[in-house]
Design a protein around this ligand. Structure first.
Ligand code: KIV
Ligand code: ZN
Length: 515
């Protein structure tokens, strides 16, 4: 196999550490293990499994993952203090490949208000703790917390101190998501220039938070400036507004490889599965319009877009959905959909309709789409079945109103058209449907016995299309009728009229005599 000339970007997944710091997302050790196994299938390079000193459960989770997940490097987080580092040593004991990740804040704000330490003290702590950790760890990552707000010269000093003490990875966090891409890229380029070996012998990593919605953009700017590891989480979960989202970074590098000139080893086909698992176990719902993994990321609603995608997917899609593990693009049928998308779906559902039938069905589809947000396949099947069974509409529903007041029987006002004649009746019944059926009988003078009545919601949701099927008997003959509408009373009336019209059209025996 030809050797890859592009630069490899290491994917450091922190879903189980920073991701779990999302308000409301907490995972049991078993749940963490499940996610870690899936991250291994996704082929991430490093899994930050947790912060072992923080609780016995966290220690257990990191131990469990270390003992079970063998391909990626397993990493544990520690503050720059011996007891945290020791907890990582114990938690990572059984890991085949392990990394210690130590952090200490460097910005003036953190030094003054949080740590109450001078610059020299910070540099001492970095050098002393990293040096001492080299006894137990070959792979040590150092993060100067709040690096993006740290004075540049001091940041260079802190990074140099870490590298000189034995750090193998330097991670530059934008802890509070304050940076903007050009500025962050520039900072990374500055570090590459000032600290020999960064991005080469010493891995240069970035860790961007999303407070300004720029975490992915900042990470990419850093990659372009020389970073060769990106820390990120699945679905972008994490402290406050979250971390850089792994799926966005990986797919941006992949989709724009001509510009970025880098690659990752992520098995992109596992992305959707991983995203769903993380969402399910953390209880953090993915917003529908989230890039790559949102429900709408490969769905097309406008008629113009649907027509384009059906003619050639790449007109409106920059990523093949199969590449992230989906079965294909989704054409969402609704009021903006055109005839092309509708007839394609009809074909996909197995119906072969002539042009005139399609036109009629499309007309009805548009009416339904005006009442419902989405028209599902089941809705379409229901309306096609009505459309392809052509029954002359002897009686046509023109107007329907039902009222029910407490203490009074429900009442229906109904207007039916027969040719040019518009007939009206008002009736009462045991329920609104019964009142409608009595009004129909009063107008049509056809006395039928209802032998079967069933309602079925053919689609889910509040605006579901309901289908009513009825069987009526007239003079010993039994006919069926079916009607679909978002209003169940209207569907009931349509079903009844459908059956009556069959009788009137003499389709099931001789025309009945009026009562
Ligand atoms: O955001 C941050 O600074 C962190 C560090 C621990 C890397 O999560
Ligand atoms: Zn963070």
């Amino acid at each position: 196999m030809a050797k890859e000339k592009r630069r490899k970007i290491y994917i450091f997944d922190t879903t189980l550490r920073d991701g779990e710091q999302s308000p409301g997302a907490s995972l049991t050790p078993d749940e963490k293990l499940k996610i870690a196994k899936q991250l291994e299938k996704l082929n991430v390079d490093i899994i930050e499994a947790g912060f072992p000193v923080s609780s016995p459960g966290e220690m257990r989770a990191v131990q469990l993952i270390s003992a079970t997940v063998t391909r990626p490097v397993i990493c544990g987080l520690a503050r720059m203090v011996p007891k945290d580092i020791d907890a990582c040593r114990i938690a990572l004991e059984r890991a085949k490949k392990k990394r210690l990740h130590v952090f200490l804040a460097t910005s003036q704000i953190h030094r003054e208000y949080k740590l109450h330490k001078k610059k020299e003290e910070i540099l001492d702590l970095v050098a002393k703790n990293i040096k001492s950790a080299t006894k137990d760890f070959k792979d040590i990552e150092f993060s100067p917390e709040d690096a993006a707000r740290t004075e540049r010269d001091f940041l260079v000093d802190a990074v140099r101190a870490a590298v000189n003490a034995g750090a193998t990875v330097v991670n530059i966090p934008d802890t509070v998501g304050y940076a903007i891409p050009q500025e962050f890229g520039d900072l990374i380029a500055h570090l590459v220039k000032k600290v020999p070996g960064l991005g080469k012998k010493v891995t240069l990593s970035v860790h961007c938070h999303n407070d300004l919605g720029l975490a992915t953009a900042n990470s990419l700017a850093a990659v372009l400036a020389g970073a060769n590891q990106v820390e990120c989480t699945i679905n972008g979960i994490g402290e406050r507004a979250g971390n850089a989202s792994m799926e966005e970074i990986v797919m941006a590098i992949d989709t724009r490889r001509n510009l970025v000139d880098c690659y990752t080893d992520i098995r992109t086909e596992e992305i959707t599965k991983t995203s769903r698992l993380v969402s399910h176990l953390t209880g953090m719902v993915v917003q529908p319009n989230k890039a790559i993994v949102g429900r709408n990321a490969f769905s097309h609603e406008s008629g113009i877009h649907q027509d384009g995608v059906l003619k050639k997917r790449i007109t409106y899609e920059i990523i093949d959905p199969k590449k992230v593990g989906l079965s294909g693009s989704q054409i969402i049928l609704g009021k903006l959909s055109g005839r092309h998308a509708f007839s394609e779906r009809v074909k996909k559902l197995g119906y072969k309709l002539g042009e005139a039938d399609i036109d009629r069905a499309f007309d009805r589809f548009k009416k339904i789409a005006d009442q419902k947000k989405y028209v599902f396949d089941e809705d379409i099947e229901a309306l096609i079945q009505d459309e392809i069974t052509e029954i002359p509409e002897t009686w046509k529903l023109e107007y329907l109103k039902t009222t029910s007041e407490s203490g009074k029987p429900p009442e229906a006002i109904l207007k039916l058209r027969r040719n040019k004649e518009l007939l009206q009746a008002t009736s009462q019944g045991d329920g609104p449907v019964d009142a409608c059926y009595k009004a129909i009988e009063s107008i049509t003078k056809l006395k039928a016995k209802l032998t079967h009545y069933a309602i079925q919601s053919v689609t889910g949701g509040k605006d579901a299309l309901g289908e009513v099927s009825v069987k009526i008997q007239i003079e010993g003959k039994e006919v069926t009728g079916r009607g679909a509408s978002t209003d169940i009373i209207e569907a009931s009336v349509k079903a009844y009229l459908f059956a009556l019209n069959k009788i009137c059209a003499n389709m099931w025996g001789p025309k009945p005599s009026p009562v």
